[in-house]
Write a protein that binds this ligand. Sequence first.
Ligand SMILES: Cc1cc2nc3c(=O)[nH]c(=O)nc-3n(C[C@H](O)[C@H](O)[C@H](O)COP(=O)(O)OP(=O)(O)OC[C@H]3O[C@@H](n4cnc5c(N)ncnc54)[C@H](O)[C@@H]3O)c2cc1C
Ligand SMILES: NC(=O)c1ccc[n+]([C@@H]2O[C@H](COP(=O)([O-])OP(=O)(O)OC[C@H]3O[C@@H](n4cnc5c(N)ncnc54)[C@H](OP(=O)(O)O)[C@@H]3O)[C@@H](O)[C@H]2O)c1
Length: 579
Amino acid sequence: MSTPELKAARDGPHVKSVGIIGAGLAGLITAHTLLQDGFADLEILTRDRAVGGVWMEDRVYTGLQVNNLHGEFSFSCFPMSPESRGGRLSGHDLKWYMRKFGEKYLEGKFRFNTEVLNVRRDSSGEGWRVQVRDAVSGLSETLRYARIVLCTGGCSNPRIPDALSPAAAQAAHFHGPVMHSRDFKHHIEELVPSRKSLESVSDDETGQIVVVGGGRSAQDISAYLANRGRKVTMVFRTADAFLATAKPLPKCIRKSRFVSAFSPHSELNTGLERFLHTTWLGSKIVNSFWKHMTEQSFKALKIPADSPLRRAHSPYWSVTKDEGVPDPVRFHAVVNAGKIDLVAPARVERFGTDGQSVVLADGRVLQADAVVLATGYVSSWLSIFDEETREELGLNRHPLSEGAAKCRWDYKSLRNPPSAYFEGEQADALIIRGLVPAKNILRRDFAINGAVITNFNTLTCEVSAHWISSYFLGDQMRIPASVDEAVAQAERNAAWMRRRYPDMLQYLNESYSSSAAFWTWPQWNDDLLADMGLKTRRSGGNCLTWPFKVVRLNEIANLKDERDAKRRSERDLLPRQCV
Ligand SMILES: Cc1cc2nc3c(=O)[nH]c(=O)nc-3n(C[C@H](O)[C@H](O)[C@H](O)COP(=O)(O)OP(=O)(O)OC[C@H]3O[C@@H](n4cnc5c(N)ncnc54)[C@H](O)[C@@H]3O)c2cc1C
Ligand SMILES: NC(=O)c1ccc[n+]([C@@H]2O[C@H](COP(=O)([O-])OP(=O)(O)OC[C@H]3O[C@@H](n4cnc5c(N)ncnc54)[C@H](OP(=O)(O)O)[C@@H]3O)[C@@H](O)[C@H]2O)c1
């Protein structure tokens, strides 16, 4: 930390170290970026035994695919194109990528098997105390860092309804295995013995697996099991939204800003977006576009009009996965082939008293010899902060002020939203850009990466990592100048989230939805770049062609140099201004 650029950081708290909690993609790119910026005294803590988080070797099973419309899932310094991997990235590709990235750029920086139990501000008021437990020895200790970056992800802590927990199964004398989808890989042998032994037993002996949930995990796991000869029943209320096409979409649509223009952002920065979202004609075009995409998707995957899979979230209003072109081993095709029974709308309520069934909320009983709970995830944040720290940082749910609740965004394209189905329980975390808790904005010692849902995670996490590094370095940035201003900005964003995603934010947890810019990831990135005073809309083009220009990772490959140059030029200006 000897370069002049780091003066601001050096003038900060008494220790200059950074603790990054989490070794998934957000933790990896944050660590790499901070190291490049001179934060050499840095540690990455993970409770896992290896890098990767969701894409760690213990969690990835055959058949997992990356389902972003853009298709890319790598960082600019170490590209991995889907084209070089047969057109689509698999879970195994990402497992490889995360491991390689760790080896190549972050060797010696990890503390594996280290569960973070508690994070709180040091009693001196400077820096953070992190209480950890070693998963192997069971020993606890307290670590100290000047700064913390929270990268614990939104899909790390399983949501297990009490009445469906392994303990409840035991109490009901349920005779088969019960597991959460997070641990599916560990249980594969139990559910799908080797092919030879599976072939040697009859259907009655292999029994029925009930998969609970309608999200991607439920769909992927159901397809995996059915493709290996198991009888599967999937129980859900609403299935995930998806897009599919009979033929691959051209790059100028799939990899450009085209689709993002059809999704409103909180600020409409181009004439095309203002036309599409604020005029009567534009909103008609937007509605027709999404209606067409939805219908085409059902048609491409041959989903009958009366199929329960038509009970799906809307791609316009929620997180949506790209199914690409039809594939006989993927979920929808396997359902069409009659290999997965669907029970919907329904919810599984408890285990039956006979030890071999589950009972639905409407009283129906389903035979079950094993249960996979693909019931989603809870926040990875709340268990590691005590009430005082949560309050200090503003991570608790927060009722919107009257002023914020009045923000309307009278976009014509946002008429007729879906209903919010757990009224009043929306998480309104007050987090600036999804990166810094509003109440802590002036301290420049705590940030979050990976909590903003976008459709191009690696790109948004990389730009976010630069934003965080600039913020820690004390660079001149467009950020609120006071806590009150920060709270007002965060409240406005929370109000926008309610308006834009009234349905989605209720089934996502706080650590996965501190903000969302699902289709609008290009606009989101532009906001972060503008905060740093850097060039926006980097894919180029003129007023007619820009929506079709392919967004490439190398557009952000030199962000460090750009930030350094800007800092230098601002420093050069200073003395002249003073004279
Ligand atoms: C099966 C699955 C498939 C997915 N597929 C896609 C996809 O195709 N496209 C897409 O965009 N998104 C997908 N996602 C969403 C996925 O969560 C993100 O894409 C991304 O991988 C999240 O990265 P992350 O670094 O934020 O979190 P994670 O990868 O979850 O990493 C979290 C890290 O934090 C650590 N951690 C958490 N709590 C603690 C603690 N208390 N102490 C110590 N360490 C802790 C974990 O050990 C881990 O290292 C998928 C999610 C799942 C579950
Ligand atoms: N290959 C991929 O791209 C992939 C694979 C897996 C996961 N992911 C991503 O990871 C994240 C988490 O996905 P996920 O599928 O694990 O979780 P999820 O999207 O949160 O889905 C959980 C599902 O469980 C249902 N559920 C909960 N309790 C239930 C009950 N008692 N009975 C019936 N249904 C119940 C929920 O229904 P209600 O909404 O009705 O409560 C919901 O459908 C998502 O962002 C997802 O896109 C991606």
